[in-house]
Ligand binder design. Structure first.
Ligand SMILES: Nc1nc2c(c(=O)[nH]1)N[C@@H](CN(C=O)c1ccc(C(=O)N[C@@H](CCC(=O)O)C(=O)O)cc1)CN2
Length: 294
């Protein structure tokens, strides 16, 4: 019977720890403040950003919210970014992804002040992750990959020496996760599996741990998973529930594959809540660095 990697409970534990650090910052006269930039009307993005602000309120972090129209120009959006760079009440911020197609996302990410980058997606911070394999990092880590690592470790499991197949090579999950897995404190051996991979089945069957982040419902099948593997389900899809006829969230891993695992993260309730918790970690750590420099 597979055991559950409980993201909700683990995120709650992390938030409790962070609330104490937020209080300690306040005692030093520093209030951490998260800014969010949300462009357009995508309901899922609105719901994620709403969740981020609720989390902040729960642990005493202030909120600055910029909800902007779908037809905003690149130049106007860059001005909004500049505004957050210069706002002392905003100690860290994120630009909710994806952005509309007419916006150059990489140029926007590059405009974020790397010292206020709460998502760890600025090229300087990704570069620090590439350059520094061994020592403690004093820069933010991308939230979902960091949440995946933490979720496994907080259940008493280790990545050390494990063969890990990461399904997907996107910028918010697959690519940075590959970098995190090879850090000296983690010491796993990742294989990035993507649309150009010839032997997908072989790579998955060989893996001790599979992280699936493609957003295709039940894409990982039982015959692709070795008995006792650990399965982390990151991708999200909305499918029709055959019993109710209503849309429901589901992950990339099929129920039959989960049956063969030793541990799995449910979706929803696994990596999603950890993504939110790791954002709070970045906001608190950024504010702590600012406080230390005062
Ligand atoms: N700037 C960023 N954009 C996006 C990121 C990111 O890390 N930074 N990741 C995703 C979306 N995301 C956060 O922004 C996110 C996704 C899912 C969840 C979550 O808690 N999901 C719940 C289910 C929620 C529901 O019921 O709708 C779960 O898995 O239990 C949180 C955050 C893309 N964009």
């Amino acid at each position: 019977m597979p055991q559950i990697l409980d993201g909700k409970a683990t995120a709650a534990e992390i938030k409790k720890e962070l609330a104490e650090r937020v209080e300690a910052l306040k005692a030093k006269g520093v209030t951490a403040g998260l800014g969010t930039v949300l462009v357009g009307d995508d309901p899922a993005s609105h719901s994620y950003v709403g969740g981020k602000h609720r989390d902040c309120a729960e642990i005493g972090i202030a909120s600055i919210r910029k909800d902007l129209p779908e037809d905003i120009t690149q130049e106007e959006l860059e001005k909004e970014i500049e505004d957050l760079n210069n706002n002392p009440e905003c100690t860290g911020y994120i630009v909710q992804l994806p952005l509309p197609k007419h916006i150059d996302t990489n140029r926007i990410l590059e405009k974020i002040d790397p010292d206020k980058d709460a998502d760890g997606l600025h090229p300087t911070n990704l570069g620090r992750l590439v350059l520094n394999v061994g020592d403690e990092l004093d820069s933010p880590l991308p939230c979902t990959p960091n949440g995946v690592i933490e979720l496994v470790e907080r259940h008493g499991l280790s990545w050390k020496g494990k063969k890990v197949a990461v399904l997907g090579r996107g910028i918010t999950v697959g690519r940075p996760l590959g970098l995190l897995l090879t850090r000296k404190g983690v010491n796993a051996t990742p294989t990035l599996v993507h649309t150009g991979t010839e032997d997908v089945d072989g790579a998955l069957r060989d893996a001790d741990i599979i992280v699936a982040a493609v957003g295709q419902p039940h894409n990982v099948k039982a015959d692709q998973v070795k008995d006792g593997a650990i399965l982390l389900d990151v991708g999200v899809s909305r499918i029709e529930d055959p019993e109710t006829g209503k849309k429901k969230l589901t992950g990339d891993i099929s129920p039959e594959a989960i049956e063969k695992s030793s541990w799995y993260s449910p979706n929803p309730g696994g990596v999603g809540p950890m993504t939110r918790a790791m954002l709070l970690v970045n906001v608190v750590e950024t504010a702590e660095r600012m406080a230390a420099e005062q």
